[in-house]
Design a protein around this ligand. Structure first.
Ligand code: PHE
Length: 339
């Protein structure tokens, strides 16, 4: 019996060390150690042996069992390593002469702000509208209560394309487009590029972004405007914002207002950013002028509305403490990659 066990051990050794695949190893394992395996059967029958043989066969059998199990494990590792070594030979070292990949593409801070604003306003029931950059003079000025030869036209230096067309100087012409297409009541916002023919400096660009807003319904008052402004500004600046309104002149709203927000840097205590006034001027707004409503055939006796228009750069500059508007279009990677 002892002799038989030794032969089994030798045979198993040969089979295992010569096996070249995981599959054969598993077969060998089953052959010797499986439920009906050679060794398992011998060990199972130890109880039927002569009393003097029992301990010897039992002990030796178990030793061989462990030996085979270990040997299979070892051979399996050897096969794995061999496989890796072969794979490695095929490898091309793609890291050899390349720079580390870097993700540099991302949204411009203006775009992210625009998306954030769109989400806030959508949640308040506003639709997002767009209009053309090349705009009719009529929509950019006349319909907005800025008649020809009126000095108000000079408030916005204009790129004239021809007698009847301009590069839009503000997003307000889209108010007219919206009012002509939609039936009141409605709410829209209009984000987009605008253009002004002016010399650039730290706070002026010839191309910049605005966000226009317009709500038309029955009985709209300044309270609706104040509530909406306070809500969206607090959401976008992640802070409870106080607003202050002062008279401002925009021909298409009456009353026209300049909106100021409590300084986000000093909480009204006064700092260099708010020039120690505690408030920062942010945008123009007001109640839609009855003449503008009449122009698009909305009865000012029935409907009223508020409108506002804000420069997006101004808001991003405040949020990120950027001190020169020219960075936005300057194309300097040191600026762009910060966001
Ligand atoms: N369109 C104005 C501007 O560009 C801003 C504004 C919009 C003012 C709507 C009042 C109402 O300066």
């Amino acid at each position: 019996m002892e002799e038989k066990l030794r032969t089994i051990k030798e045979e198993a050794h040969t089979e295992i060390t010569q096996s070249q695949s995981e599959t054969t190893l598993r077969e060998i394992e089953i052959k010797y150690l499986g439920r009906n395996g050679i060794l398992t059967s011998i060990l199972r029958n130890v109880k039927d042996l002569k009393p003097e043989d029992k301990p010897i066969v039992g002990k030796l059998g178990n030793e061989i069992k462990i030996y085979i199990a270990n040997l299979i494990e070892e051979q399996s590792k050897k096969l794995q390593n061999k496989k890796f070594a072969e794979q490695e030979k095929e490898w091309i070292d793609i890291s050899a002469y390349t720079l580390e990949p870097k993700i540099t593409g991302h949204l411009n801070p203006l775009t992210s702000l625009q998306y954030e604003l769109e989400d806030i306003f959508k949640n308040m029931g506003f639709h997002v509208w767009e209009g053309p950059y090349l705009e009719k003079e009529e929509y950019n000025f006349t319909a907005l209560n800025i008649p020809q030869d009126h000095p108000a036209r000079d408030m916005q230096d204009t790129f004239w394309i021809d007698k009847n067309h301009v590069l839009r100087t503000h997003t307000s012409p889209v108010q007219i487009r919206a009012m002509q297409s939609l039936k009141p009541p409605f709410r829209v916002i209009v984000p987009g590029r605008v253009f002004r023919y002016e010399a650039t400096d730290a706070s002026h660009e010839n191309t910049f972004y605005q966000l226009e807003g317009l709500m038309i319904d029955k009985n709209i008052s300044i309270s609706h405007l104040i509530y909406t402004m306070k809500t969206f500004l607090s959401a976008i600046l992640h802070k409870d914002i106080e607003i202050r309104l002062r008279p401002g002149y925009f021909p298409f709203v009456e009353p026209g207002l300049e909106l100021e927000i409590s300084c986000i840097f000093c909480d009204k205590k006064g700092c260099s950013i708010c020039k120690h006034g505690g408030f920062i001027e942010l945008m123009g707004c007001g109640l839609v002028h009855p003449d503008v409503l009449k122009y698009v055939n909305i009865d000012p006796e029935v409907f009223s509305g508020f409108a506002f228009g804000m420069g997006l750069e101004r808001l991003v500059m405040l949020k990120h403490r950027i001190n020169d508007i020219r960075y936005f279009l300057g194309g300097d990677l040191r600026f762009v990659t910060q966001f």
